[in-house]
Structure formats: C-alpha cells, structure tokens
Design a protein around this ligand. Structure first.
Ligand code: AMP
Length: 190
C-alpha cells in the first residue's frame, strides 16, 4: 500500500495533482473538503454542522472530521492505497489517521507538501472563485483567514510527520505537469 498525504496551503494544487496521481498510481483520493461539500449539497446533518465553519474559513471540529474520514476509509478497504488531500489538518487528526491505518496494519508512507507563497495563493484562489462555485474562494478576507488557519493549526502536521522522517517539500510553482513530475520523483522512491 502507498498512503500519501498531499499537503500544502489552500490553492496549492493538491486537488489538481491528486487527480493525476490517482490515474498513475491507482490510489483512492479522499478529500475531506470534497466530502464536506457533498454533505452540504445534500443538506445532511453533517453538512449543516460543517457549513458555518467552512463559510468562515475555519476548521470543522476534529471529532466531526475524523468520524467522516474514518467512515470513508472503512467503506473502501480494498484499495491499493489512499491519497489524503486536506487531511490531516491538526495534530489530533494526524494521531487519528495513524491509529486508523495501524488498525489495518498500515502506515502513512509519506507526506508531500506543495510549497506556494501566500500572495500567489490569494491570486489563485480569487481566480478559482470565479468558476469554482465555492463561497470560501470568493471573499479575500475568508481566503486570508484560511491561510492563517493553515499556518497556525495545520503546519504542525508537517512537523508531526517530519519527526518520523516522513515529510518532504516540493516546489508548487510551475506548470501542472512539471509539478506532477516532481511528485512522482518522490513517490517512485517509496
Ligand atoms: P478544502 O477543500 O480542503 O480547501 O477544504 C475546505 C474547507 O473545509 C476548509 O476551509 C475547512 O473549513 C473544511 N475542512 C476540510 N478539511 C478539513 C479538515 N481536515 N479539518 C477541518 N476542516 C476541514
């Protein structure tokens, strides 16, 4: 099994690259952001709970997020591995992921961070907001809040896996194929 955490700030290209990685490596892509948007679109109780946090660019509480992620993994046991996109975003989520994989006698293979500077992120997200239909991409204040949340609450996840010698940084600036090649160069060493 290859279990990847595709890491990086909002707008760093995780979703775009995950789609290409799925094609090449046959892994299951799990994006907690996509899962929440699906729940919101279907007006489920979970979606209603998550919406107010997402609209402000805040994190959905760990217990809600971890429960949703666990359900998705447990519903898809027969895969060659997972690409976690947008998860884990806090240290407790990292601990929960390690525990969940350990229950399957498995582990995180690598965390790969796509590195992109703040001003480039704001530009990309505002541009994406013109077509993504995502309210959290439309408002610059919400975007800046998401970046702050990433720095304050999410970067410890990088350090959590770095302490296990599992974190790698890749330059997230460049063409889509160029960045994809950088990711593959890391994955092919696993
Ligand atoms: P994303 O699509 O990954 O940019 O996520 C969109 C929003 O969903 C985030 O700004 C959070 O409000 C929420 N979200 C997604 N993943 C998580 C997570 N792992 N923990 C908490 N909130 C999350």
């Amino acid at each position: 099994m290859i279990n990847l955490i595709l890491f990086g700030p909002p707008g760093s290209g995780k979703g775009t690259q995950a789609a290409k990685l799925v094609e090449k490596y046959g892994l299951l892509h799990i994006s907690t952001g996509d899962l929440f948007r699906y729940e919101i679109g279907n007006n489920t109780p979970l979606g209603l709970k998550a919406k107010s946090y997402i609209d402000q660019g805040a994190l959905v509480p760990d217990e809600v997020t971890i429960g949703m992620l666990r359900n998705k993994v447990e519903a898809n046991p027969d895969v060659q591995g997972y690409i976690f996109d947008g998860f884990p975003r806090t240290t407790p989520q990292s601990e929960a992921l390690d525990k969940l994989l350990a229950e399957k006698s498995d582990t995180v293979s690598r965390l790969i961070m796509l590195s992109v500077p703040d001003e480039e992120i704001v530009k990309r997200l505002l541009l994406r907001g013109e077509t993504s239909g995502r309210p959290d991409d439309k408002n610059e204040e919400v975007i800046r809040n998401r970046i702050d949340v990433y720095k304050n609450e999410t970067t410890p996840v990088y350090d959590f896996y770095d302490a296990k010698a599992k974190s790698t940084t890749v330059d997230g600036i460049g063409g889509i194929d160029e960045i994809f090649d950088r990711l593959c160069a890391v994955i092919d060493t696993l």
